[in-house]
Design a protein around this ligand. Sequence first.
Ligand code: UDP
Length: 463
Amino acid sequence: DHTSISTSPLQANAHVLLLPLPLQGHVAPFMKLGHQLVRHGSKVTFLTTESIRSQIEKVDEEEHMRIISIPDGLALEDDHKDDNRLVQSFLHVIPGHLENLIRKTNEDELIGTGQITCLIVDVVLSRDPIEIAEKMGLKHAIFFPSAPGVLALILHLPKLIAAGIIDADDGTVEKNEKIQLSPNLPAMDSADFIWKRPGNKSNFNQKDVFQYLLLVNQILKVPNWVLCNWFHELDPSANALLPNIISVGPLPAHDGKSTGNFRSGDLTCLPWLDRQSPGSVIYIAFGSTSKFSQQQFHELAFGLELIGKPFLWAVRSDFIDGISIEYPDGFQDRVKNLGKIVNWAPQEKVLAHPSIACYMTHCGWNSTMESINMGIPMLCWPYFGDQFWNKSCVCYGWKVGLEMNPDEGGMVTKHEIKRKVDELLSDEGIKANALKLKELAQNSAYEGGSSKNFRDFVAQLML
Ligand code: UDP
């Protein structure tokens, strides 16, 4: 319950323009950030693509929170499901629109009040927008929606190049080493450098990503503030990475509701969860973009049957790579008294439900933070990018989860799935750690914790 956070009086002379990357895992935390800014007395304009706006507007618009949009720049014939193309296109169209949009928004406001005073931009989009903010005399901040070690990795890139560990051009690992980026976190395996973990996205180019991260390394030194979506105790040393870091996590759900969601969660799973015993249900969800092969999908289904415990499984219609969802023959009939399958779960409500025992996750940073915030032990099954590193922190840093190990053919077998679920559910140490971390997370959202940083930040915006 975060409702006791005291808010500043509404002297809304700060007006923040929020600019997230147009992807689910970015829009959602930005929207939470927006609602928090409103609660602390700021006015917010949220800028996204037309298509995303049409999906989130009704739920998320409130007094002092306005959502505006621009075209994503993709042509009709482009593949609109290709995240990489969408991001490239958005990066390309933003600079041409931003200055005019800010002027136009300011013209719509009463003279002298309500003018945009600050831009908070996604780290991936930050170069041109920050330049525009500087030119227009606005305050500016970067929002970093990933894990502490990822920020440390980006800031250490020049040192890793100088030490001959990675190639300066494409990030190829020259020396396989474990890199200790923080005294509080596990050493990072060079195989887990985020540009080395493309998943099965065919259009993901390691060199481009690496070069982009080098650029981000420079950009991170420019803004007035770098807002990070974690809380201090997850890695106390991260505060020293940059002089102007403000940790704002865990960002609470707005009035307990999911925000910035492109799909609406299937609420029928909540009464179903009410009917299950406390701490009995395995929740399975792999975020908005992970995909399984048909064979791996079936193996997971067989694994759930083998475990024989209640489960809630979020299966997106595009979850199997290349084809529509096909369950093993008779699976749905056999598990109809055991499991509940939904297309998209109201995840934060699910993780907060007393029936949940553990969360089988892809370790996306938002999901990881949500699980930590609710004290739920995790079964880690990373897919790409920073998820492998997040898994290491969950299992070997904060010790609140276990990892699934694929066999030699890269398959996580039904026996491994059952073994790990059984092991996790009987591990009292992990459960206790998860509850301890939950307490730290929740305390940090109260007086004296991150919320104090947040209030100080908003106070500076109001100057
Ligand atoms: N999510 C949800 N319902 C689902 C699956 C995911 O609400 O069935 C939400 C989840 O709560 C999280 C976001 O989608 O906020 C996924 O973000 P994350 O960073 O974990 O992963 P990504 O989608 O970026 O891979």
